[in-house]
Design a protein. Structure first.
Length: 310
């Protein structure tokens, strides 16, 4: 199960069509357990149906020509942002199928939230599946910059693949013991590889309004917060539309028994210059945004910062 999931996340389009879709439609093989079957995925709200930190692979059957055109839900609809791209075999040059990209567009967004649900739909050529009644949909929650990169790959085939599993942020960690929380984030930095976070998406975390980075209606975010990886900390002049991040607490050492100081933690609070209205359960609420910033002790992976937004 885990092997299939990793392969699907990082597989080229040709592999998804030939190894998964073609084998099931043409050869009659059974679908892997990590696929879910859903004929109505196009008229469902992904913000409700799916986990934002986990990609889903959906086999749509029966699929109709109306899918993705007239379907929708009360919250929004899927719209095509990348039309059919030919998927060819690198070995033979034969056309295997087609891929298009759709984005879920919400009817109302108070501010431009920089992550959106994206669907990559794979289908076979007519000679392999003349009814076109089965497709595979790869559904993920991506940052705006990742969507641009995905579209670049869609239209220009020379782009290199991204390490998708390392780009996305993850939910934070929660314990009643603050020391245990702090140690968890230091270990997370220690266990990473390479010299820099692969975080072109989020390096400007201190130049963005928190509503552009998180969804305050996400229940898991409300409980755990979101981890954002960056290669630099806040600069003096960093500001954003609607406010700025203010340093509330300077470096506080994180000390582990037998090891001494393993890292440092700073606390920032967002100061709004343009007041936003926040509503929960039909009532106006006051919201305070904070960033807990972690880094390791001096000269150890010095260009890596882990920011937990709450």
């Amino acid at each position: 199960f885990s092997f299939i999931m990793v392969e699907l996340l990082n597989a080229e389009d040709e592999v998804i069509i030939s190894r998964y879709l073609k084998r099931r439609i043409v050869n009659g093989d059974s679908w892997p357990a990590n696929f879910i079957e859903d004929a109505n995925v196009f008229n469902k709200n992904p913000y409700v149906e799916f986990d934002s930190e986990r990609a889903r692979f959906v086999i749509v059957k029966p699929r109709t020509e109306a899918c993705g055109k007239t379907d929708g839900c009360d919250s929004g609809c899927w719209r095509i942002i990348g039309r059919d791209k030919l998927i060819k075999s690198k070995a033979t040059g034969k056309i295997l199928g087609f891929k298009k990209i759709l984005k879920f567009c919400k009817k109302t967004k108070p501010r431009e939230y920089r992550r959106s649900w994206v669907m990559e739909e794979y289908r076979l050529t007519n000679n392999l599946n003349w009814k076109q009644d089965h497709v595979i949909c790869k559904i993920r929650f991506l940052f705006e910059a990742e969507i641009i990169f995905l579209l670049t790959k869609h239209f220009y085939t020379t782009s290199e693949s991204l390490l998708r599993n390392k780009l996305l942020p993850s939910y934070g960690f929660y314990s009643h013991d603050e020391q245990e929380n702090d140690e968890f984030y230091c270990v997370k930095i220690m266990s990473s590889e390479g010299d820099h976070w692969p975080s072109y998406v989020t390096n400007n975390v201190y130049c963005l309004h928190p509503l552009e980075l998180v969804d305050p209606q996400d229940e898991k975010f409300q409980r755990f917060g979101i981890c954002i990886f960056a290669n630099k900390t806040k600069a003096i002049r960093d500001k954003c539309d609607g406010g700025y991040w203010k340093l509330l607490r300077h470096d506080r050492p994180i000390i582990k028994a037998k090891f001494g100081t393993i890292g440092y933690k700073r606390l920032f609070e967002f100061c709004e210059t343009e007041k936003e209205g926040y509503v929960r359960n039909g009532k106006d609420v006051k919201v305070t945004w904070t960033i807990e910033e972690y880094r390791l002790s001096k000269n150890v992976k010095r260009n890596r910062f882990l920011c937990v937004i709450r």
